[in-house]
Design a protein around this ligand. Structure first.
Ligand code: CUA
Length: 348
């Protein structure tokens, strides 16, 4: 009977136990404080109650050590709770470098998942056990929220912005996905499953079935169709900066600030291209707001992530990159560039 009504969902991700520990520790500490207060209120209220109308409060100098104790001790306890929470927050908001990317689109009322290898799934996400999975999420309409109780993953999915979260499943199995932000009539039906497979089963799954073209390959086509390569050439000689090795790097902007080229930086640099101009370049790129849909933006992002400088210098964490001088870039040939460059600029 009790088994059918679990108090708490199973812990099936690498952070679940830490989150539960923090939750229960905070519940226990706050519960103990509340209980202690209640006991003292009742005890003092009874012991020192006014016994007849002439009774007055004594003028009494409270001991300083007592006051200091109840200032300092709770401060230490509650700062400890804050530090433990902040530590965990940083852990759950920073995906590990080796995570597997999955692109997630939420819309009324379904979840769409696309793997970098091209497989796409509706309301079903297949992942390997023991490997970090990074979700890059966007909504095509209203706010949704990606929630897998067993993984303790709970992240809003917003329109016009990439939300990033990650998890590493520690057990194989099938776990429910919920939408946990009220999003209209069929909000309660906006559910799905995460299927956690053993590594070899996952490889088998990737191999079978029909994969669509990988998002990076589709992104390469979008890149050519919109003639992006007219300005973003393989070296920094173009009118826009070269994009090889861009993802994850620090960028120096023309106003002197330094930003990290993450998902939202790349998104903003496409849809609202004037917002952040890389030092040394002019704000001449057209704004693509409304011209590209969310899938195309994902594809461009996936494509840009695959652009690496020549193998000798692939260090995604290297420093500021305004002086990048490598020129060996990925797959596309000059012939392909030339054919799309003619007359295509600015007409689409
Ligand atoms: Cu989507 Cu609620």
């Amino acid at each position: 009977m009790i088994k059918d009504f679990p108090l708490f969902p199973e812990a099936a991700s690498s952070v679940a136990n830490d989150i539960d520990l923090l939750f229960w520790a905070m519940t226990a500490i706050c519960g103990a404080v509340a209980l202690g207060l209640l006991v003292f209120i009742i005890y003092f209220g009874t012991k020192y109650r006014r016994r007849h109308p002439d009774e007055h409060v004594l003028d009494y100098d409270e001991p300083k050590w007592l006051e200091l104790t109840w200032i300092i001790v709770p401060t230490i306890i509650f700062m400890g709770m804050f530090l433990a929470g902040a530590h965990l927050y940083l852990k759950i908001t920073r995906p590990p470098e080796n995570a597997l990317d999955v692109y997630v689109t939420a819309k009324q009322w379904m979840w769409k998942f696309q793997h970098v290898s091209g497989q796409s799934q509706i309301n079903e996400l297949t992942v390997p056990v023991g490997q970090p999975v990074k979700l890059i999420m966007v909504s095509e309409d209203v706010i949704h929220d990606f929630f897998v109780p067993e993984f303790r993953v709970h992240t809003d999915v917003l329109p016009a912005r990439h939300m990033v979260t990650w998890f590493q499943a520690t057990k194989t199995g099938r776990y429910r996905i919920f939408c946990s932000e009220y999003c209209g009539t069929d909000h309660s039906k906006m559910t799905g499953f995460v299927n956690v497979l053993e590594q070899n089963e996952f490889q088998k799954w990737l191999g079978g079935g029909v994969a669509e073209q990988p998002p990076a390959a589709q992104g390469a086509q979008v890149f050519e169709r919109y003639a992006c390569d007219t300005c973003h050439m393989e070296t920094d000689q173009g009118r826009g900066p070269a994009l090889a090795g861009l993802f994850g790097r620090q960028r120096q902007l023309s106003n002197g600030t330094i930003v990290r080229a993450d998902e939202n930086y790349i998104r903003e640099s496409i849809v609202n291209s004037g917002a952040k101009i890389v030092a040394g370049y002019q704000p001449i790129m057209p704004v693509f707001q409304g011209q590209l849909d969310e899938q195309q933006l994902f594809q461009l992002l996936a494509y840009i992530k695959t652009l690496t400088p020549s193998a000798a210098t692939t260090d995604p964490n290297a420093g500021v990159t305004t002086d990048r001088s490598t020129n060996a870039v990925t797959p596309r040939t000059d012939a392909a560039n030339a054919s799309t460059r003619d007359g295509a600029a600015g007409t689409e």
